[in-house]
Design a protein around this ligand. Structure first.
Ligand code: ATP
Ligand code: MG
Ligand code: MG
Ligand code: MG
Length: 480
């Protein structure tokens, strides 16, 4: 089944259960001081759970563009190294705002996975919150009793507070979760270890696909819990992981979500992606290709949503992601010229039907990426030579923080990049000295009353026939 159909079937299924289908909110949040990027499906509905706004429908479903590269959820370091965490990914979700609760949510999740998508029950595990005495939160007996009518009890596992209890913050709505995990290991692998031991253990073939959160409590300022007057459901399923399962492959990158991008990278760079790397050199090439295929999506969608790369805030995060991709290409695929921008075409033809902004903003996205690539490739070349000299002039394995800062300040070398290059040589830089130099520089620039330029590009109707701009899109999505 093609990814396009998989996404559509999810939405059709929940529409048939009375859900209103809404568009994804932009990946970049403009007005939320607590969050830079949308990192889950529920972010755009936060106000409903807090009771500050009333939803247009009590049942909603969508696919949300998410980015997990900062704050509470930061998967950046895993991306490309593993095969199932992305920077940008789609989270399929269904919500009940004071309407249905555990019974329907669990039954529908199960119906969708086992009857519509026809996933074999014997590769699924589910988890239920075990309860916590210190926190005075009970075991989720209700979820257990519902699950045991659907799946054999030896496939229901107990989960701890970290994995199976969701809280918005120190106070406010919270409740237990039930997760669904898949075990897609080969028969040979399965013979070695029972699947249940690998749930939540970072195994690439025993992965979490769907989280169902049941918001039933309110945590008060004194830490105690009270039952919420209206109970809510918030679910999130990783789309790329679901595609991996349904397409019978063992990595998100082997699905049709990523394969066209990977093929394009292969044809432009002349390097080859191997489904199973035979040696370290192949694995390095694979990682670089995965990093680029992943990062171009994050960067392209962020730019299409109005966030240009820059030196501050969200723009800086986007710039860093793009530079990470450029650097992996430069180092491991030997790409000395801009090429990542060419992938946007592939991305647009593949994702455009579900996310028209990537088509209408294609020219802008390509131009911005190409320019960033050109300028960073120039600095990379100079910076790497400089870093090489610094390393040669260093005794021991600690590079001075001031030198690292100079690279950052003069050559646009992000500190994580310097750290990464040094790490490969078994070295590091002095972080305290780096931070001190950074602080001093900030003080200097503040004194010079430097004004940071505007990072936002407001997309208007003039830019496109179909995309009506960031602000309008936000309003359209606000279904109050
Ligand atoms: P994991 O434990 O695998 O890191 P999570 O528990 O952090 O996932 P949730 O916050 O529960 O994830 O998000 C709901 C779903 O979104 C997950 O079940 C998973 O399928 C998917 N997901 C989470 N993070 C990522 C990511 N970085 N890339 C791709 N899919 C993800
Ligand atoms: Mg996670
Ligand atoms: Mg998890
Ligand atoms: Mg989870």
């Amino acid at each position: 089944m093609k990814s396009q159909e998989i996404r559509q079937q999810f939405l059709d299924f929940f529409q048939s259960k009375g859900h209103l289908i809404v568009p994804s909110a932009p990946i970049v949040l403009k007005d939320d001081p607590t969050l830079m990027f949308n990192n889950s499906g529920m972010a755009q509905f936060k106000e409903y759970f807090l009771g500050n706004a009333v939803p247009k429908s009590k049942r909603i479903a969508d696919t949300q563009k998410c980015l997990r590269v900062s704050g509470k959820h930061n998967d950046l370091e895993e991306v490309g190294i593993d095969t199932y965490h992305h920077t940008m990914f789609e989270m399929l979700g269904n919500w009940s705002f004071g309407d249905y609760f555990k019974k329907d949510a669990i039954h529908w999740a199960w119906e969708l996975l086992t009857e519509v998508y026809k996933i074999d029950k014997d590769i699924l595990y589910v988890t239920v919150f075990e309860g916590s005495k210190e926190e005075n939160v009970p075991f989720d007996q209700e979820a257990w009793d519902i699950w045991k009518t659907l799946i054999s009890e030896d496939r229901i596992l107990l989960g701890n507070k970290k994995d199976n209890f969701w809280e918005m913050g120190d106070q406010g709505p919270c409740g237990p979760c039930s997760e669904i995990h898949v075990d897609i290991r080969s028969a040979e692998e399965k013979a070695k270890t029972p699947g249940k031991e690998l749930v939540n253990a970072d195994h690439p073939h025993v992965v979490e696909i769907w989280n169902n959160v049941f918001m039933e409590f309110n945590r008060k300022a004194d830490g105690s819990l009270e039952k919420l007057p209206a109970q809510h459901v918030d679910t999130g399923m990783g789309f790329e992981r679901l595609c991996m399962v349904l397409q019978g492959v063992q990595s998100n990158y082997d699905t049709d979500v990523f394969m066209p991008l990977i093929q394009k990278i292969e044809s432009v760079t002349g390097k080859q992606y191997t489904i199973k790397a035979a040696n370290e050199a192949e694995e390095k090439t694979n990682i670089a290709i995965r990093v680029i295929a992943d990062h171009v999506r994050a960067v392209a969608f962020a730019i299409a949503d109005g966030q240009l790369p820059s030196n501050t805030g969200a723009g800086y995060v986007i710039r860093r992601i793009l530079r990470r991709a450029i650097r992996y290409g430069f180092t491991f695929l030997e790409t000395k010229e801009a090429f990542i921008y060419q992938l946007v075409d592939t991305l647009a033809s593949q994702m455009g039907a579900s996310f028209p902004e990537i088509v209408s903003q294609k020219a802008l996205v390509m131009n911005v990426i190409k320019e960033e690539e050109n300028s960073f490739l120039r600095t990379l070349d100079q910076g790497l030579q400089l870093l090489d000299n610094v390393v040669k002039g260093t005794e021991g394995n600690e590079v001075s923080g001031n030198k690292a800062f100079e690279l950052y300040d003069t050559f646009g070398f992000p500190k994580d990049l310097t750290a990464l290059i040094l790490k490969e040589k078994g070295m590091a830089y002095n972080e305290a000295d780096f931070d001190k130099a950074m602080f001093e520089q900030k003080t200097r620039s503040r004194a010079a009353s430097e004004v940071s330029t505007d990072d936002w590009t407001i997309l208007t109707e003039g830019n496109t026939e179909t995309f009506v701009g960031y602000d309008l899109l936000v309003n359209e999505v606000k279904i109050t």
